[in-house]
Write a protein that binds this ligand. Structure first.
Ligand code: FES
Length: 154
């Protein structure tokens, strides 16, 4: 199991460019891939685009489609992009659903985990991949390793 730092955000930066004018697009894309924008992600984006943190806060508070709060204690983003799919990503997802007793798009009744699907987490070389709260990206998963990773947050 390998970890990587914000490949979801890097993917958006590659797409839109590492420049201040890309701020809204990068934040929007990052939120799509992570589920919400944590303090750490906002700081990371500010640094990478060479924008002040106050400017980043200004943007996320102005547009109400930006979410800075999680909808559960932990958001699990599971990847079903091509690279993850061909490396048995589906089995990983099935094992997670079984372990948590919920289906994709749902939240556990104790509000601890929500499960979402994403088309690519930007770490295809580590397929199959999941991310937890955006900060932690776990790759080269087997169903057992994915469950093991989730247990660290329980
Ligand atoms: S397809 Fe899963 S990380 Fe790219």
């Amino acid at each position: 199991m390998e970890k990587s730092r914000y490949p979801q955000v890097e993917m958006e930066i590659r797409k839109w460019g590492s420049k201040p004018s890309s701020l809204i697009q990068v934040l929007h894309g990052a939120q799509e891939r992570i589920g919400y924008l944590s303090q750490n992600v906002l700081e990371y984006v500010a640094k990478r685009l060479n924008v002040s943190l106050s400017k980043v806060y200004g943007v996320v508070t102005f547009y109400n489609f930006f979410k800075t709060q999680k909808d559960a204690d932990h958001i699990i983003m599971t990847c079903m992009g091509t690279a993850c799919y061909v490396k048995n990503g589906e089995e990983v997802i099935t094992a997670i659903e079984k372990h948590l007793g919920i289906k994709m798009g749902e939240k556990t009744s104790d509000g601890k985990f929500s499960l979402q699907i994403v088309r690519c987490l930007g770490a295809c070389g580590l397929a199959p991949v999941i991310s937890i709260d955006g900060d932690d990206v776990y790759g080269r998963l087997t169903p057992e390793k994915a469950v093991e990773a989730i247990k660290r947050y329980q």
